[in-house]
Design a protein around this ligand. Structure first.
Ligand code: SPV
Ligand code: MN
Length: 624
C-alpha cells in the first residue's frame, strides 16, 4: 500500500495526518513522488495555524524569503530569467490519437512523462518536501475542487497558504475518491541567492488524463503555484466535460441605487486594468483573477477560485490606488516579489510615485541605478512583473460573499482590452451570442513596452484565456455559447476600453477614474433603468445619462464634446477588426459556424451604417 512504502520517511505526526485521509489514491500518488523525488525531510500540513506558522518560518530559515521592516511582510526573489510564465516550456501531454488543435502547445504524453520523471528523479535530495491540501473555490460547495500540492519550495507553500482555502478537511470528508487535482513542483537546484539554477531545464507539463501538473526548475508563481494557472488548465478541461466555465475573470459587486449590489465578472488581458477594476473604490471585490461559473437553477453563478491576490505592483500609487496602497503599507501577511529593497527593509517599485533610492537589492542581486544586464539592457528598480501576495481579507472593500458556497449571481460580464482606436469606452452587446462572439471571442490587446516585440501590435486573446486553454479554441467558444442557452436570463455582456485615444492628437480620451462611471452605467442597464443608443456594434450610453453620472459619481462636468469624441463609432477601425478576427478564426479548426455568421452580420451593419452616415458616426446621428 502507498503509505507503507514511505512510512519510514515520515514523522509520526505527518504519517497520522496522511492516515486520517482515507484515500488510497491520494496515498499512492504521494508515495510515488516521495519515492521518486527523494526529499531529505517531509512536512505534511493539515492547514492548522501551527502548520501555517511552520511554513512561514521555514520560508525565512531557508532563505527563500527575507523579513522586511513592516511586521508580516517578506520579500522573495525569482531568478533573473525566471520572472514570468514560460509559454514555450508549458506543454500539454497528449495521448495518442487526441488533438487539442494546432494553437495549443503539446507533446506526446509518453515522451513528456518520461522526460519529466527523469527530471524529478532525486531532485529533492537535500530539500524538504511540503505536502499541502487546498480547495479551489469555497469549501463544501458544488464548486469545490480539492487539490494536493507537493513542493520543495517553502515560498510556494507559503504563497498558496495565502492564496487558497485550506482543503485538508475537504479531503477527509470526501474519503476514497479519484477526483482531485495533483501538483508536483520542484524548484530544483538553487544558487547562492536561493533562486532556481537550471532554468534551461524549466518544464511545466500538464497531464489532463491523470489531472497532474508537473513543474520543475522554476519558482515564478505563474509557473510554480500549482493552484493558480496550472490548475486553471485542468479546470478548463474538466469544466468542458461537465458543462460549466473556468474563466480568467475578476468578480466584483457593483453598488447600485438603494443598496442594490449587482455582480459583474470581467476578463481583461494582462496590463489592461483588471486588478484596478476589481479594486474600484466604492464597489466590492470578490476576486481579481480566476472564476468558476456554473448554472444553478437557471442562473449564472460565480465563485472566486482563490482567497488572495497575486497582484502586479508596478504603478500602484497612493492617488490612483488608495485601497491597495493602504494594504501594502499595513501590518498584513504579504510576500513581495522582485521589488527593490533598501538596507532598512523598505520596498520600492517602479511607478510608486516616491523617490527611488540609487542602490538596493532586487531581482538582479545588488542593484544600482544604471546597472545593466548581460544583454546590455538597463535594469529597472523592480521587475515590470513584480508582485505582491496577500489575502483578500486585508482589503476594506472585500465583498461579504467571498466564501458563499453558492457563489454570486452574475448580472453582467465585461470584456476589456487595450485598444487605442477601435472600441468606444463602454458598450453593451445585443445579446449573449453577439457578446460572446464580437466582444469575448474578439478580444485583443495591444502590446505594451513591458512585452517584447513591436509596441502597439494587437495580440488576439479570446476571453483573455488563450494562455490557459486546455480544449481547442472552437470547443471553448462553443461551451460559452451553450452555457448561455441554459440560463433563464443570461447576464448582459459589455465591452470596455480604457485606452481609447483621440484620432488626431493621440491623447487618451478618458481618465483612469472614468471607469467608475462606466460601471455605474452598466449596473443600471442590467436593471433596464437607462435607455441606450443602438449602434452597429452594440448599445452605447445616452449623453444625458452619462452627464448625470459623471456629476453624481465623480463630481465632474461631462461635456457633450467629450462624449461625441469618445462615443463616435469608428467604422473603418471596427471593420478592420471584424475582418482581422475572422481571418484568425478561418485558420483554426472546428470553429462554430455561428461565429462566422455573427461576424458577417456585424460587418454588414457597419457597412450599411457607413453608406448612410460615413466613416465616423457621431452618436447624435443615431438619435431617432
Ligand atoms: C497573469 O499573468 O494573468 C497572472 C499572473 O495573473 S500569473 O500567475 O503569472 O498567471
Ligand atoms: Mn491572471
Amino acid at each position: 500500500m502507498g503509505l507503507e512504502r514511505i512510512r519510514e520517511r515520515l514523522s509520526k505526526e505527518s504519517l497520522e495526518k496522511l492516515e486520517r485521509i482515507r484515500n488510497p489514491y491520494l496515498h499512492e500518488f504521494i508515495a510515488k513522488y516521495v519515492d521518486l523525488c527523494d526529499p531529505d525531510e517531509i512536512f505534511v500540513s493539515d492547514g492548522s495555524e501551527k502548520d501555517l506558522q511552520y511554513i512561514r518560518e521555514r520560508a525565512i530559515e531557508s532563505g527563500e524569503e527575507r523579513p522586511l521592516a513592516i511586521k508580516g511582510h517578506t520579500v522573495h526573489f525569482d531568478g533573473y530569467y525566471d520572472q514570468a510564465r514560460d509559454r514555450k516550456n508549458t506543454k500539454f501531454l497528449l495521448p495518442k490519437g487526441v488533438s487539442l488543435g494546432s494553437s495549443l502547445n503539446a507533446i506526446d504524453r509518453e515522451e513528456g512523462l518520461e522526460e519529466i520523471h527523469k527530471l524529478l528523479d532525486g531532485i529533492m535530495r537535500g530539500h524538504e518536501l511540503f505536502i499541502c491540501f487546498y480547495c479551489l473555490g469555497p469549501t463544501n460547495s458544488i464548486f469545490s475542487i480539492p487539490c494536493v500540492q507537493l513542493t520543495d519550495s517553502s515560498y510556494v507553500a507559503h504563497s498558496e497558504n495565502i492564496l487558497y482555502r485550506q482543503g485538508y478537511e475537504e479531503f477527509i470528508r470526501r474519503g476514497k475518491t479519484r477526483e482531485f487535482f495533483k501538483f508536483v513542483h520542484s524548484e530544483g537546484e538553487l544558487d547562492e541567492r536561493k533562486t532556481s539554477k537550471n532554468i534551461d531545464k524549466r518544464r511545466i507539463y500538464i497531464d489532463l488524463v491523470d489531472e497532474i501538473v508537473y513543474s520543475v526548475n522554476t519558482q515564478y508563481g505563474g509557473n510554480s503555484i500549482g493552484l493558480k494557472k496550472l490548475a486553471m488548465r485542468l479546470a478548463i478541461n474538466k469544466a468542458s466535460r461537465e458543462g460549466w466555465l473556468t474563466e480568467h475573470m475578476l468578480i466584483m459587486g457593483v453598488h447600485g441605487p438603494k443598496g442594490r449590489v449587482t455582480y459583474f465578472t470581467g476578463a481583461f488581458p494582462s496590463m489592461c486594468g483588471k486588478t484596478s477594476t476589481a479594486m474600484l473604490e466604492g464597489e466590492s471585490i470578490v476576486g481579481d483573477d480566476i472564476a468558476y461559473i456554473r448554472e444553478i437553477n437557471g442562473e449564472a453563478r460565480a465563485v472566486n477560485v482563490e482567497k488572495g491576490v497575486f497582484g502586479i505592483i508596478k504603478g500602484i500609487n497612493k492617488e490612483d490606488d488608495p485601497i491597495q496602497w493602504k494594504v501594502l503599507h499595513s501590518e498584513n501577511e504579504i510576500i513581495f516579489s522582485n521589488v527593490l529593497v533598501d538596507d532598512n527593509g523598505k520596498v520600492y517599485w517602479s511607478g510608486m510615485g516616491e523617490d527611488i533610492p540609487d542602490r538596493g537589492y532586487n531581482h538582479s542581486g545588488e542593484w544600482w541605478k544604471g546597472k545593466r544586464d548581460k544583454e546590455g539592457n538597463e535594469i529597472p528598480c523592480s521587475h515590470p512583473n513584480a508582485r505582491f501576495t496577500v489575502e483578500l481579507k486585508a482589503f476594506d472593500n472585500l465583498d461579504p460573499n467571498l466564501d458563499n458556497p453558492n457563489g454570486v449571481k452574475i448580472g453582467a460580464i465585461v470584456y476589456g482590452g487595450r485598444d487605442s482606436d477601435t472600441w468606444v469606452p463602454v458598450q453593451e452587446a445585443f445579446d449573449w451570442v453577439h457578446g460572446i462572439i464580437t466582444k469575448g471571442a474578439s478580444l485583443e490587446s495591444e502590446r505594451t513596452a513591458a512585452v517584447l516585440g513591436k509596441e502597439g501590435v494587437r495580440e488576439f486573446n479570446p476571453m483573455s484565456n488563450l494562455d490557459f486553454l486546455s480544449v481547442p479554441i472552437g470547443k471553448y467558444i462553443q461551451m460559452n455559447l451553450e452555457f448561455g442557452k441554459k440560463l433563464k436570463h443570461p447576464p448582459k455582456i459589455f465591452a470596455v476600453n480604457y485606452f481609447l485615444r483621440d484620432k488626431e492628437t493621440k491623447e487618451y480620451l478618458n481618465e483612469k477614474i472614468d471607469k467608475k462611471v462606466w460601471f455605474k452605467w452598466m449596473e443600471l442597464r442590467v436593471h433596464n433603468e437607462f435607455g441606450a443608443l443602438r449602434t452597429p456594434t452594440g448599445y452605447i450610453p445616452l449623453y444625458e445619462d452619462l452627464r448625470d453620472l459623471f456629476s453624481s459619481v465623480l463630481k465632474k462636468r461631462y461635456e457633450k464634446e467629450d462624449y461625441i469624441k469618445q462615443f463616435t463609432i469608428r467604422v473603418p477601425e471596427n471593420l478592420s477588426k471584424v475582418r482581422r478576427i475572422r481571418k484568425i478564426y478561418e485558420k483554426l479548426e472546428d470553429i462554430p459556424s455561428v461565429l462566422f455568421r455573427v461576424l458577417r452580420e456585424e460587418e454588414e451593419r457597419l457597412l450599411k451604417a457607413k453608406r448612410r452616415y460615413g466613416d465616423y458616426i457621431s452618436p447624435d446621428d443615431l438619435v431617432e
